[in-house]
Write a new protein. Structure first.
Length: 234
């Protein structure tokens, strides 16, 4: 059991399992956000359901733990890989044949994703679930806060073109990260042969693209309607 946490293979396995768990959450979160395009009332009902309830808080803790573990092990494995290569990494002048760009830049992509995640938590989680935890219902009403009005938060944020660009860059980094990370996780688990590897790589591209397009659609949609006050577009 100790080898799971100390060996390189064990660390990769933990990182792979937590990564796949986060992919499932991204798919759920993307589907939830898409609801806001079709019905802002329905989206706000979901936000109210997933507020400061015990099951939502438990899920938040599990999700946060998975994200933290994934990030920590990513840093550890990156440091170990750099130490293992030593000075040889400076002698590499070109990307090895068959190694995609994303796999060579996973650490940088990961940093962009972490920065975007912190920004996202500040813009949404802090103004929604945290508000419900930090204040009583009377205080929330007195302060004029609307933690369950997620649709208004989305509409307000993505009426700003700067935030739209920042989020789309973040989503692009996430796409590159997922196209490599998803199939790499299955490779670590053991699905790595001539038959399954190309299939899993294809599935990873499809999943990454669905997640990117789903989240990006929300950004683009709400920016577009911000240009159409009163239903008239200019």
């Amino acid at each position: 059991m100790s080898n799971l946490f100390t060996s390189s293979i064990g660390k990769k396995l933990i990182m792979s399992i937590t990564g796949l768990f986060l992919v499932l959450f991204l798919l759920f979160h993307m589907c939830m956000n898409l609801v806001a395009i079709f019905s802002q009332e329905a989206y706000n009902m979901i936000c109210a359901f997933l507020g400061a309830n015990w099951y939502a808080l438990a899920a938040t803790v599990v999700l946060a733990a998975g994200a933290v573990i994934h990030i920590i092990y990513a840093f550890i494995l990156t440091i170990l890989n750099r130490r293992a290569r030593g000075k040889q990494r400076y002698a590499v002048e070109a990307t090895p044949k068959g190694v995609e760009w994303a796999s060579q830049n996973m650490f940088v992509l990961g940093l962009i994703i972490v920065v975007g995640l912190v920004l996202h938590l500040w813009n949404f989680w802090y103004n929604m679930q945290f508000v419900e935890l930090a204040y009583s219902h009377a205080e929330i009403e007195a302060l004029g806060l609307e933690p369950t009005n997620g649709a208004a938060l989305i509409a307000g944020l993505f009426s700003n073109p700067v935030y739209c660009i920042v989020y789309l860059v973040w989503l692009a980094a996430l796409w590159f990260h997922l196209t490599h990370g998803f199939w790499s996780a299955f490779q670590t688990i053991g699905w790595d042969n001539q038959i399954w590897r190309p299939r899993v790589m294809c599935i990873s591209n499809i999943v990454a693209t669905i997640i990117f397009l789903g989240f990006a659609a929300v950004v683009v949609y709400f920016y577009a309607i911000s240009l159409c006050p009163g239903g008239v577009c200019y």
